[in-house]
Design a protein around this ligand. Structure first.
Ligand code: 1CP
Length: 327
């Protein structure tokens, strides 16, 4: 009987999201408007009755809260004033400016009252490595080259950026939990870009520190890790970080994940977002295969990455019905 929610379940595929987004002005204005951010978090819950709501925000509010210039350009995505050397870290303030992010925590607090009692509220942050790729690259990059190059050229300098992000991320997640988040997810979208040694240093170690700090204050709040495209390194990640649950990306064979991790950690995933776009037999076949493979181990049905804007909203109704009929 798996619970179901979907990554990027609030977003541009929903007409009601597009309408609210227009009202808000810029994307960051929406993230920092508690009434409107609450509204877009609730929209997919009203439509589909998912078992969990994920806070509407973005991973890039953390660099913004650290003082970096961040803005969103229509058709491009996030843009940042890049930091590419240790000297560039002087742009940042000494710690997370909670004041700047106060509207985000107010959104969480509102949601903890407005969500139905049976709907879990998930807070989130980007993992330090993934957030660093945007801070250093200045935007979304295909291969995270500038960030990987800095990490090789000057590991001690790059470590300082990661340390700032570890502290800021702990602070940001603690504030969300204090405001009412019942679980948190750490998104490491670009984890798969790193070779083994680098993966241990820049993906596993920072995440381990974050999980340990959260657990010290809130031992019962589950932490979901999402080391996207980490492939055969998933078991090391799970073991070393001690996350409670792990999000499987689309490329991960469910049978392999079940064999390696089933029962040790809750598994979450991993329908291809494009199967959701296609709908029909492709969707039913792919979703059923996942549900059949994961039957009997702790499992949360989700996508292997986020919903894409061209997804027909009615395909999600079909998916949720299918997951629930399997119960
Ligand atoms: O114009 C719009 O409305 C912007 C689209 C959009 C949305 C809906 C962006 C810009 N961010 C979001 C919200 C968002 N982002 C959520 C809200 C909750 C939900 O899931 O419904 C979450 C959890 C995120 C997380 C996020 N932002 C990640 C990690 C997860 C992932 O998808 O890999 C990343 C990498 C970002 C950065 C980001 N924000 C937005 C864009 C276009 C990007 C760049 C993505 C890229 O590099 O391809």
């Amino acid at each position: 009987m798996p619970p179901v929610w979907l990554m990027r379940q609030a977003g541009r595929y929903l007409p009601e999201y597009r309408a609210t987004r227009e009202k808000a002005g810029s994307f960051l204005d929406l993230c920092y408007n508690p009434a409107l951010a609450e509204e877009v978090t609730l929209q997919p819950i009203r439509r589909y009755g998912f078992d969990a709501a994920i806070l509407f925000s973005d991973i890039l509010v953390v660099p913004h809260g650290l003082g970096q210039k961040v803005w969103f350009e229509e058709g491009i995505g996030p843009l940042l004033d890049p930091i590419t050397t240790e000297a560039g870290l002087a742009q940042l303030r000494p710690g997370l400016q909670r004041k700047r992010l106060e509207p985000v925590y107010e959104t969480v607090s509102r949601l903890s009252h407005s969500l139905p009692a049976e709907t879990a509220l998930i807070g989130f942050a980007g993992a330090p490595w993934t957030v660093a790729t945007y801070m250093v690259g200045g935007r979304s990059t295909a291969d995270q080259a500038a960030t990987r190059a800095w990490a090789y050229r000057d590991p001690a300098g790059f470590q300082k950026l990661i340390d700032i992000l570890v502290e800021g991320t702990i602070d940001h997640l603690l504030a969300q939990i204090e405001a009412g988040a019942e679980a948190v997810q750490i998104f490491d979208t670009w984890a798969g870009a790193l070779p083994e040694q680098e993966f241990a240093r820049w993906v596993i170690e920072p995440t381990r520190k974050i999980v340990a700090a959260l657990r010290a204050s809130f031992p019962r709040v589950p932490v979901i890790g999402f080391p996207r495209n980490a492939g055969p390194r998933y078991p090391d990640y799970v073991e070393a970080t001690s996350v409670d649950a792990v999000g499987l990306d689309t490329s991960m064979p469910c049978g392999w994940a079940r064999e390696a991790l089933g029962g040790k950690v809750t598994l979450q995933g991993n329908l291809d977002p494009l199967a959701l776009v296609a709908g029909g037999e492709a969707l039913r076949g792919a979703a059923s295969a996942i549900l059949d493979t994961m039957a009997g181990v702790p499992f949360i049905f989700n996508l292997g990455h986020g919903i894409v804007p061209q997804t027909p909203p009615e395909h999600i109704t079909e998916l949720v019905t299918l997951v629930r009929e399997k119960r």
